[in-house]
Write a protein that binds this ligand. Structure first.
Ligand code: GLA
Length: 728
């Protein structure tokens, strides 16, 4: 059992293979946070759990003792005027009072991991994999019950958290904020790492030292967003890939979120993560409950690399579901950058034939096949085929593509409606809007109001009709705008602020219904590239289109940054044409291939434009990826050189059994007389020998890791890969 409670000392000790997480019921009242980090024995509480006076901070006292809530490291902070740091929960009671005083009440330890109704979460396949701790806190005056849920994995250094709020009182309560996790640290000697960006520049790593006050990240866009990912790390100032304490937090949610760190007057740090309280409230009637989504917390005392590998393994095996969790992903060709809206059946079949000839396994038809959509200004919502472009419909097209021996996939953008669509003309109130206000468009489209059951049912039916009408093996589920003018025609005035979260619950319900009724379909989510790359979406769809930016150089940062939290098997990565459509840059076919191979490999360019020489190179890339993908997609990743720190990037993948290795080294700009460049491997066995495939050379693991292999590259935008095999 990974969870122990010491009744005498009132201490909870949660342990994973290498970490400890410790809490104490303090003076029978507060749930104090004591420690999270490298595994230890339960410490002495006089030493580890401090309660000291600070001037200008109120004390609370009773027969059990005197407490200084503003000083105490708290597990779930209620503020209520005695703790001036960021509170975890805010509520308004029927009498207008806002003090939420949460006292420890009870706990329960269970085998297996909790699940969250209607929300995505990591899971177990067997109760022996994890244990659950439920700690109940209660506001005794108003009878508001707060359950803190902890999932503790036995074989991974992962602790998950979520919160359930139950109104056991007699009157309605308005929740104005419910975060999913709060962790107080005794010091502020940390850097704050975040993944920030924009469309086409997603998940760049930013690292800044903590300072007094608040540093935070959030989304107010109705999606987890390109701009700030719901992921943050607190890292020791000297921590790097292989060294130092790092603490990762990742929210399993795809909508508005908030996360951050507050450094207080005595240099303690409070971290929080959860649904954004911006434009949010939730009316909880008597007997009702509200569930806040899961936070996945990973600690490593061996740097960022180990933290990422823990996230990767958890997400690959116990977040992603369905058949493709355990199967290799097909190599695909997508027609978007090849044709945009300008295609017909002949063109698509031409691409399919060429794809099959090259060894590609799946042809994806992107935007433009439905309604009268020949540009992005119409037809979203009208999910019936454009027979002018595709005379036999999707059924015939899929059949013909299959005849070439490859699979067929299709693009949808089901959450949206174009004002120029039959759907909108029929149901003007089905979009998110505020009566009498402008309905501001983005990419000529409005967002469907998924807080409504009837709209969700329509979406499920429309998508399912198409999926059931043809042999469709893959779906790209896109979402190309953020929300504005939040309002729902169905919600009463006092529930309008529930809209953004109700949208997410509606979306998750749709995804569950569509995905579970089509178990053989591979789903890839997308939002203008990687605008909704989060664990919430990955629970339903095992891969995400990483970015609309397909330039190989730009992708180094995007894929490197994304890998901080998300596994390689979740990242769509395609070879596209040069000059690149987003960056205008010309890179070699080799580098484009090598970068895309460090993900879920595919092509997104006109396959018919290849020269014979290029065709031969592409065939070789495809054959190579087929050989490598089992362990690229399911092995361990080691980041070797960061694109955020210099001109060179390198990373490697190693199979779970340690026998197969693939490493990529990428140089952006050439320097003359640059000095010696070596690629130093990681994670190999020191005492084993490795053969460099294709080079008739063998090296020992310790040499490869400490001396490394020389990389000589000439010219800009170059790459070099190494394929190693362990030999006896
Ligand atoms: C988004 C996606 C692209 C493509 C277009 C189609 O931008 O990210 O890959 O599917 O939509 O409109």
């Amino acid at each position: 059992m990974s969870i122990a409670f010491d009744n005498e000392q009132q201490i909870f000790h949660l342990s994973t293979p290498k970490t400890s997480y410790i809490m104490k019921v303090f003076n029978k009242r507060y749930l104090a946070h004591v420690y999270w980090g490298k595994k230890i024995k339960t410490p002495d509480m006089d030493n580890a759990c401090l309660n000291r006076f600070i001037c200008f901070s109120p004390v609370t006292s009773d027969e059990n003792g005197v407490n200084v809530p503003d000083f105490l490291c708290q597990e779930y902070a209620t503020g209520c005027g005695t703790d001036y740091r960021i509170p975890s929960i805010s509520a308004v009671y029927e009498d207008g009072s806002r003090t939420v005083e949460l006292w420890f009440e009870s706990y329960e330890i269970k085998k297996g991991k909790y699940s969250l109704k209607g929300l995505p979460a990591t899971y177990t396949e067997d109760d022996s994999e994890a244990d659950t701790l439920v700690i109940t806190l209660r506001d005794r005056l108003k009878n508001l019950k707060v359950e803190l849920l902890y999932g503790v994995y036995n074989n991974l250094d992962v602790i998950t958290r979520a919160v359930r709020v139950i109104n056991s009182g007699d009157a309605d309560v308005i929740l104005e904020k419910v975060v999913s996790a709060n962790v107080d640290f005794e010091t502020a000697d940390f850097d704050f790492l975040q993944l920030s960006g924009a469309w086409g520049r997603e998940r760049h790593i930013e690292r800044n030292p903590l300072r007094s006050g608040i540093q935070s990240i959030e989304s107010r866009r109705g999606a987890s967003s390109h701009q700030l990912n719901p992921f943050m790390v607190l890292a020791d100032k000297k921590a790097d890939e292989d060294y130092g304490n790092v603490y990762g937090f990742n929210l399993v949610y795809s909508g508005n979120f908030t996360a951050g760190a507050e450094v207080d007057q005595i240099f303690k740090t409070r971290v929080w993560m959860g649904i954004n309280d911006y434009d949010f409230s939730w009316k909880l009637e008597k007997g009702q409950e509200f569930t806040a989504p899961e936070v996945v917390m990973v600690h490593s005392s061996e740097g960022l690399g180990e933290m990422s590998r823990t996230y990767h393994k958890l997400y690959r095996t116990r977040l992603v579901r369905g058949k493709y969790r355990d199967e290799v992903r097909p190599i695909l060709a997508n027609n978007w950058e090849a044709t945009y809206f300008d295609f017909n059946e002949e063109k698509i079949l031409g691409l399919a034939k060429e794809a099959a000839d090259l060894g590609i396994e799946l042809l994806v038809l992107d935007d433009g096949w439905f309604g009268k959509r020949n540009s992005d200004n119409c037809s979203l919502g009208d999910w019936y085929v454009n027979e002018e472009k595709l005379p036999g419909g999707i059924t015939e097209l899929a059949r013909k593509v299959n005849e070439y021996g490859i699979k067929f996939g299709l693009w949808f953008e089901p959450e949206m409606v174009s004002p120029d669509s039959d759907l909108y003309r029929k149901h003007r109130d089905w979009c998110i809007h505020v009566p009498g206000r402008s309905r501001n468009e983005c990419r000529f489209q409005l967002t469907l109001d998924l807080s409504r059951k009837d709209v969700c049912d329509y979406v499920v039916e429309a998508v399912s009709n198409i999926l059931d009408s043809a042999n469709i093996s893959y779906v790209k589920w896109d979402m190309n705008r953020h929300m504005s003018e939040l309002g729902s025609a169905m919600l009463p005035a006092d529930r309008q602020k529930e809209m953004a979260h109700r949208y997410m619950l509606g979306l998750y319900d749709i995804l569950e219904r569509v995905v579970s009724s089509h178990p053989d379909v591979l789903f890839e989510s997308c939002s203008g590239g990687g605008g909704r790359f989060d664990p919430g979406m990955l629970y339903y769809m095992p891969q995400t289109w990483t970015s609309d930016d397909t330039d190989a150089v730009e992708r180094l940062k995007i894929q490197y940054g994304t890998s901080l939290a998300y596994p390689i098997s979740t990242m769509g990565a395609h070879v596209s044409a040069v000059p690149n459509h987003q960056a205008g840059r010309v890179t070699s076919l080799k580098m484009r291939g090598d970068v895309a191979m460090s993900g879920n490999f595919g092509y997104e360019l006109d396959l018919m434009n290849f020269t014979d020489e290029e065709k031969a190179e592409v065939k070789a890339q495809i054959a190579q990826y087929k050989e490598l993908r089992t362990f690229i997609q399911s092995g361990d990743m080691y980041r070797l050189l960061s694109p955020f720190e210099g001109n060179n990037t390198a990373w490697m993948f190693i199979s779970e059994d340690g026998n197969d290795v693939f490493a990529g080294y990428f140089r952006v700009l050439c320097q003359v007389n640059p000095g010696i460049s070596r690629l130093k491997f990681k994670g190999l066995s020191e005492d084993s020998n490795y053969e460099v495939v294709g080079e008739d050379k063998k090296y020992s693991g310790d040499e490869l890791m400490n001396i490394g292999l020389v990389v000589d590259l000439y010219g800009d935008y170059m790459s070099r890969t190494f394929r190693l095999k362990k030999v006896k």
